[in-house]
Design a protein around this ligand. Structure first.
Ligand code: TRP
Length: 329
């Protein structure tokens, strides 16, 4: 069975693009593999050192992932800093990570360019800590976006190097987890290609019904088709794509027919999209609120996840120490 590990940023709220793009797949995947999901709060310290916000961010992220369907009875869900063994593994791995290769990491070069005033050592060793997260559970699969592929490549390099230096076959190859055909791309409603936080066009899982309607009604469209089966402009294609995601196939065909016969009214279409989107998001939003008000539940989930994650972490640390020659007296 595959061991899958996914690291979750503790900053930023989940939008529909995250939900359809990854989360729904995570929810399915948790039943088919040994899954670890963790909130990467140590990592966030490399760029967001705000003590008054950190805990709340972690709590929000947890509540959102749980509300969307990650099941603590099925997967191991934990907070990175609850498993400080990862810091030891990161230290041990750093002995075989070369400064040159760390300096050449795209994300690092990016960070120095954008924040020349804060080029800290944590940023430089970010990929080592990430490798420790992954190798800690000897994960064989890691779902990552494009921006994290290089980090995953470095994880494999560190693992191979460790195996070869010590003449062991200990760390596995951690491969990307590709959802293939299940990967749903949610377009932006501002006429742009993709929904994203940095694009500023997100519809969030915590948005109220009113906010959702407002955002959808403002979606970019055009003057409408003037001849039957007219080629669609990108923003209209986006509207149809999003409709294919949130609405029923019947609804979709209804509006597609209207488009093809030049009878479409985008206002009606948007109203329909908003209503269908609300019926997806509002139950999740309600669960987020419910979970966030239930400290006892959150505490139990976190404690249970930490204890399961530590068990796996302790086993790895014990082996790695032994392989590297650290023996107890
Ligand atoms: N760097 C990842 C991101 O920014 C988060 C992360 C930290 C991660 N450790 C990980 C992802 C381990 C996958 C595996 O999104």
């Amino acid at each position: 069975m595959e061991t899958v590990l996914s690291g979750i940023r503790s900053t930023g709220q989940l939008h529909l693009g995250n939900y359809y793009g990854a989360l729904k797949n995570f929810v399915k995947m948790q039943h088919d593999a040994r899954c670890y999901f963790f909130i990467a709060d140590y990592h966030s310290l490399t760029t967001h050192p705000d003590p008054s916000a950190l805990h709340g961010n972690v709590r929000n992220a947890l509540a959102e992932y749980l509300a969307a369907g990650l099941d603590p009875n099925v997967a191991t869900i934990y907070v990175q800093s609850d498993v400080p063994q990862v810091a030891e593994l990161s230290l041990l791995l750093s002995m075989h990570a070369y400064v040159g290769e760390l300096e050449r990491t795209v994300s690092f070069k990016d960070k120095i360019r954008k924040h020349p005033e804060n080029v800290n050592a944590g940023l430089l060793t970010y990929p080592v800590l990430m490798a420790a997260d992954i190798l800690m559970h000897r994960a064989t699969r890691v779902p990552v976006g494009k921006d994290q592929e290089q980090h995953l490549e470095m994880t494999r390099k560190f693992a191979r190097r460790f195996n070869s230096i010590y003449g062991v076959d200990y760390f596995p190859e951690s491969l990307p987890y590709n959802f293939g055909n299940d990967l749903v791309k949610v377009p932006g409603l501002d006429g742009s290609g993709k929904m994203g936080k940095s694009e500023g066009n997100g519809i969030y899982l915590v948005d109220s019904d009113k906010e959702i309607s407002k955002k959808v009604m403002k979606a970019v469209s055009d003057g409408g088709p003037t001849e039957p089966h007219q080629v669609m402009a990108d923003p209209i294609q986006n509207l149809f794509s999003i409709m294919s995601i949130v609405s029923t196939p019947d609804t979709y065909s209804y509006f597609m027919d209207k488009y093809n016969s030049c009878e479409i009214r985008y206002g009606d279409m948007k109203k329909q999209i908003a209503a269908d989107m609300i019926s997806v998001i509002s139950p999740i939003r309600e669960r987020i609120v419910e979970i966030k008000s239930n400290d006892k539940y959150i505490n139990e989930v976190v404690a249970d996840g930490a204890s399961k994650a530590r068990e796996s972490a302790n086993a790895t640390i014990k082996d790695v120490r032994e392989i590297m020659g650290i023996k107890s007296f």
